[in-house]
Design a protein around this ligand. Structure first.
Ligand code: SF4
Length: 461
């Protein structure tokens, strides 16, 4: 637990802060997600992995007139850049570069036949990409000394010569455009607004002069927002693609739970249309809908890549500091869920969140629990992660197969925390008569009745 706290609050948080210093603190920007972002008349370059350093320079190089002219000379209309996995999230939330997909779509992007180069750095790069790409014209370009794949083209990234290397990579892709065969790009994509850093949430709720988490705390305390769920992490081939992320998100939104997301989870629900203002609001509970309409936010806030989960811890800390929701993170009506995790680092992230006081649920079985006839269940360890840790740190870790069970436990936990804080029990019938729904209703009334409804009988008289 000590190591995880150092990892989270020391390592990961500082990495996120330094990324923001180098590349800019994210703020809302319009983007798109899904394979439909690939272009059939342009050189498609997909960046994939986790490190923002190279991808940010590739973005700059792709807009260089010399590179655009080089692409046009090759017969293309230009260069189309997109991302997979959390490199996608990094350039999506800062520059609005579209996400071609999340973890389980890296092979599908190659199958379109439209990708001239897939540029990879570290983590979540499927080892079989090169052999798959052999059946198409796609070049897999590795760039990190830590990740080399047999058969891939290796162009090592070096910060001292970043722009030159990025241009070399793009020229490799452009030279490959002539080798393109049949192209089948699915006509599926959705718009989204990513980029909700905790700095922006602060500003969004209170403006420049009174930036504050007070409106969010007030909305939770009144019951307009029942609680908060952070749904994060990987997509897992053991589950129908994106299914657990979208199922849990959809149900919690109906129950007036504000959802914040990072990593491949955010891309999953972006594809389902939850990350764009009004588009998702008809699927949202009445109280949460009022808040979204008033503030002008989507019901699901995209908070970054999977290495940005400390942004969520900072939000929780600021909510506690603002007052009214307890004295520590473990008192806030909130949960963390990684419904389809598969990367080892998800366990590290879960552990520092638990050590910070959060209730964390992870999909699938507990890797140290032991199951079956030959291996006795390690009930002791599983219980320790649950009630043992809760006693010590206020947070707990559970592994659950069933997304419905995660939804039920989320709502039970949020309601229990509300009760412990002395907040009113969640009652959705109290809300839904302000905001846009209220305006639509009022617009149907004759003028005098509308004025009376808005300003009271005395004013109408
Ligand atoms: S969320 Fe998981 S699968 Fe997606 S990029 Fe991060 S570690 Fe990889």
């Amino acid at each position: 637990m000590r190591t995880s706290l150092a990892d989270g609050w020391g390592g990961s948080m500082i990495a996120t802060d330094i990324s923001d210093i180098l590349f800019g603190t994210p703020a809302p920007v319009l983007g798109e997600a899904n394979l439909g972002v690939l272009k059939d008349d342009m050189v498609n370059v997909v960046v994939h992995g986790h490190e923002p350093t190279l991808s940010q320079v590739v973005v700059a190089a792709s807009q260089d007139p010399e590179i655009i002219a080089y692409a046009k000379a090759a017969g293309a209309e230009g260069i189309s850049l997109s991302g997979i996995c959390c490199t996608a999230n990094e350039i999506l939330m800062r520059q609005g570069i579209p996400a071609a997909g999340n973890f389980l779509q890296q092979e599908l992007a190659i199958l379109t036949g439209a990708v001239e180069a897939m540029v990879v750095d570290v983590q979540c790069i499927m080892q079989a990409l090169v052999s798959l790409a052999d059946d198409f014209h796609t070049k897999i370009i590795t760039t990190s000394p830590k990740v080399r794949i047999k058969g891939a083209t290796h162009i090592e990234f070096d910060e001292q010569h970043a722009l030159t290397i990025a241009k070399d990579i793009l020229k490799e892709a452009i030279d490959n455009y002539a080798n393109r065969g049949d192209v089948r790009i699915p006509d599926y994509k959705n718009s989204l607004v990513p980029g909700f850093s905790h700095e922006y949430i602060n500003y969004m709720l209170g403006g420049s002069y009174r930036a504050s988490f007070r409106p969010l705390n007030d909305a939770i305390m009144s019951g307009r927002i029942r609680g908060v769920a952070a749904i994060v992490g990987c997509t897992n081939p053991r589950v129908q693609h994106d299914a657990h992320h979208t199922t849990i998100t959809e149900e919690l939104l109906k129950q007036d739970v504000l959802v914040v997301e990072t990593g491949c989870s955010a891309i999953a629900t972006a594809k389902a249309g939850f990350l764009l203002g009004d588009a998702g609001l008809d699927r949202v509970g009445p109280g949460l809908r009022e808040v979204c309409e008033t503030v002008g936010i989507p019901p699901v806030l995209h908070m970054g890549s999977c290495v940005d989960n400390t942004r969520i811890l900072t939000v929780l800390t600021q909510m506690v500091e603002e007052g009214g929701l307890g004295d520590d993170i473990n008192e806030v009506p909130a949960v963390g869920i990684a419904p389809e995790w598969m990367s080892e680092k998800a366990l590290a992230i879960a552990t520092y969140c638990v050590a910070s006081g959060a209730y964390v649920m992870m999909g699938g079985s507990n890797p140290v629990e032991g199951r079956g006839d030959k291996v006795p269940d390690s009930v002791l360890v599983a219980d320790y992660f649950d009630s043992g840790w809760e006693e010590l740190y206020g947070g707990k870790l559970q592994f659950l197969d069933d997304p419905q069970e995660m939804i039920t436990r989320t709502l039970d936990h949020i309601d229990a925390k509300r009760e412990a804080l002395g907040l009113p029990a969640y009652d959705p019938t109290q809300f839904g008569t302000s905001g846009d729904a209220r305006i639509e209703e009022l617009e149907l009334l004759p003028f005098e009745e509308r004025r009376a409804a808005m300003y009271g009988q005395a004013s109408a008289n």
